[in-house]
Design a protein around this ligand. Sequence first.
Ligand code: HEM
Length: 474
Amino acid sequence: FMKRRKPCTDFPPSPPSWPFVGNLLQMDFRDLHNSFKQLSKQYGDVMSLRVFWKPTVVLNGFEVIKEALIQKSEDTADRPPFNLYEILGFVGNNKAVVLANYGQSWKDLRRFTLSTLRDFGMGKKSLEERVRDEAGYLCDAFQSEQGGPFDPHVLINTAVSNVICSIIFGERFEYDDHKFLKLLCLIEESIKAESGPVPQIISSLPWSSKVPGLARLFFQPRIHMLQYLQEIINEHKQTWDSGHTRDFIDAFMLEMKKAKGVKDSNFNDQNLLLTTADLFSAGSETTTTTLRWGLLFMLLYPDVQRKVQEEIDQVIGRTRKPTMGDVLQMPYTNAVIHEIQRYADIIPLSVPHMAYRDTHIKGFFIPKGTVIMTNLSSVLKDEKVWEKPFQFYPEHFLDRDGKFVKREAFMAFSAGRRVCLGEQLARMELFLFFTSLLQRFSFQIPDGEPCLREDPVFVFLQVPHDYKICAKVR
Ligand code: HEM
């Protein structure tokens, strides 16, 4: 072991580290957030670890993460370099949103994307109508299983991705469309290929993008996905009429046209491609995984399923389609959806942040450029905050009178400047898909199905083990 070295006296404490690898050997990569939590018991909620020679600050618990993301929001808003991604064109100001450094390019693209999603008046239908229609198609697809056992994964993913397709391409696809299914496959494969510890660690090394063949090893699915999206963008360009905005791609091209002649505009071809890819990667697996957990919990907690259905019957009835206007009338269902997100805890370590300027958190000094990991799992399961952190307990979000209560420590979408850009869309999808499914079906465990597992499989996201379900029309 090396003697503990501190860059300065009030830098967060760290366990002793090994030469070259730093603290890598003390991290359990199959369960990284829990291994951080264990280490924090000894080294505190603001601690540091060395990834090779680079110090990384790890933050745990609600109080600390609230200070970092909300009170010191701008200080912690940068992203570290993801060197390996350079080969895909993530360079300088051309990094779209998720991996972009905190700066003008990120601000422009984030603001544009948010406002385009928000006032999605373009085309004929509002965003809510699109989600509502897609929920109808999803229910029909479930019904065609005729009450027999099936794995709902692909159907849910298809419905969720179709919402993004309709935003970006202006059209949805049939559930058996081969080209569409190929895109879904590529998105899933690219998340799997890039999210293990090996690519993440390698990507943090400054020379990693220079090693021939290394990036291709991890990025083959993403390269194909980008080619696929580029083809669609090219088709759009040929049929584009700047007076009529059909979808996200058209809206982006309009910004590019306005910026013509502006040197180094952030609205350029590369950012168009990478931003559409961002929306697919960040918006499809996340919502799909949450809904998969949701249905699994309905199998495991049939009393909760029954109570949600009672509320649906009372407020919406059996025939009218659910709308977002119903949320306020449905505190129990709203609490259940929040609890699904809290308990499933699908992105336990969020996306890495980096200090944008020198800052202090809980009195510890964090210099500009330090990588910061926010352990969101330690907030969603903080024993100082939640009554039953390790149980599925929708009452976390209900007061004594059964009214819905917001909880500050509900940080499934993170918080602060970098808070999930798709939060509103995700909330809409979760509510409309979940209530539409429970309005039409009762979900049961198929006869002979092996015991359902509540523990997750970790692939950057915490996803449930595959399971089968029977959807009986009510
Ligand atoms: C970022 C969660 C759905 C787009 C994030 C982050 C989290 C998150 C934890 C990292 C925030 C940070 O760095 O502090 C979720 C969850 C979702 C979901 C739990 C569903 C249940 C979506 C959807 C979209 C989306 C539907 C878009 C269609 C993004 C983008 C970012 C992001 C673009 C990067 C924001 C930035 O760096 O400024 N999300 N997300 N997400 N999410 Fe989501």
